[in-house]
Design a protein around this ligand. Structure first.
Ligand SMILES: Nc1ncnc2c1ncn2[C@@H]1O[C@H](COP(=O)(O)OP(=O)(O)OP(=O)(O)O)[C@@H](O)[C@H]1O
Length: 276
């Protein structure tokens, strides 16, 4: 049996104690197969970031279990299976674009050994050759700025650099917390194109948080809708649209039908939050 890339079984997270306890996640079950692109969407406070942080090993579940390729998040991090792209790019200000993306690429041998011990990594396998970072930067539209410092880049270019850096490590699981939310619509759509290209080539499993219904439908194989109080999954919707999903997708009625369906489920999630 193939092991899921990400598996949550009755995962529970509570912040605080006693009367002030807040159930951020209540009995969350989620299974994501290797290579899938899955988005989390839902009202503010429904536990999207908490779920991502549990998978990243930045928080520990208070109940249930969380597994990444069959091992704990801590073990997965030690074997460098997990990449993380936050909302705002954390680049080293004194290193060039090229310096920033090549620095973490030197995976140490201990991590490589730990990877090899983790049995089922799908067809991607262990001991992969590192990608050509200059080529990845060029493909992300950064070929002209590889020697610039982060302060000399636009916000979109900085985020692109952070994404190339994260993919350059060839993690098996990429966690992305609203990576495009601070960008204008045009830059956002361009970065979506580039993200889909990288994902398609590197076959990484992606778990992506967004507040944009359009972005979720365009990018995802599956959209997971969450509701708050307590934070939980209320819908799992497979997006059965052909790939590659370029800008022409926006002209298709089936694309807008998915948008309408997810908006409807989100409204229900909001109403259930108001009633709670
Ligand atoms: N460290 C913490 N201590 C206490 N409460 C927390 C902590 N982190 C999150 N929470 C609470 O847990 C709930 C879920 O928060 P979380 O950030 O996961 O939601 P979210 O869906 O990502 O929200 P948003 O869309 O606004 O980013 C919220 O009520 C939040 O206030």
């Amino acid at each position: 049996m193939k092991v899921s890339a990400i598996e949550l079984d009755s995962a529970r997270k509570v912040y605080g104690h006693g009367a002030s306890a807040m159930v951020a996640l209540s009995d969350v079950d989620l299974s994501i197969g290797p290579g899938r692109f899955v988005s989390l969407i839902g009202p503010s406070g429904c536990g999207k970031s908490t779920l991502l942080r549990l998978v990243a090993g930045l928080e520990t579940a208070d109940g249930g279990s969380v597994r990444v390729h069959g091992v704990t998040p801590d073990q997965a991090c030690a074997a460098k299976l997990i990449g993380f792209v936050p909302q705002t790019p954390a680049l080293l200000p004194w290193r060039s674009v090229l310096g920033n993306v090549t620095l973490p690429q030197r995976i140490n041998t201990a991590a490589a050994r730990r990877r090899e011990r983790i049995g089922d990594l799908g067809e991607r396998g262990a001991g992969k050759a590192p990608p050509d970072m200059l080529e990845l930067l060029r493909r992300a539209g950064l070929g002209e700025v590889v020697h610039r410092l982060p302060a000399q880049l636009s916000g979109g270019m900085q985020q692109r650099t952070a994404i190339v850096r994260a993919f350059g490590l060839q993690p098996d699981v990429m966690l992305m917390d609203e990576p495009f939310s601070a960008l204008d619509e045009f830059t956002r759509e361009t970065l979506q194109d580039q993200l889909l290209d990288l994902w398609d080539e590197l076959k990484t499993t992606v778990l992506f948080i967004t507040h944009s219904v359009q972005e979720a439908v365009r990018l995802s194989d599956t959209v997971v809708v969450m509701a708050p109080r307590p934070g939980r999954i209320v819908d799992v919707i497979d997006i059965d649209l052909p790939r590659p999903r370029n800008q022409r997708l926006f002209e298709q009625s089936s694309f807008h039908e998915y948008e309408d369906l997810i908006r409807d489920r989100l409204h229900r999630a909001w109403r259930s939050a108001d009633a709670a």
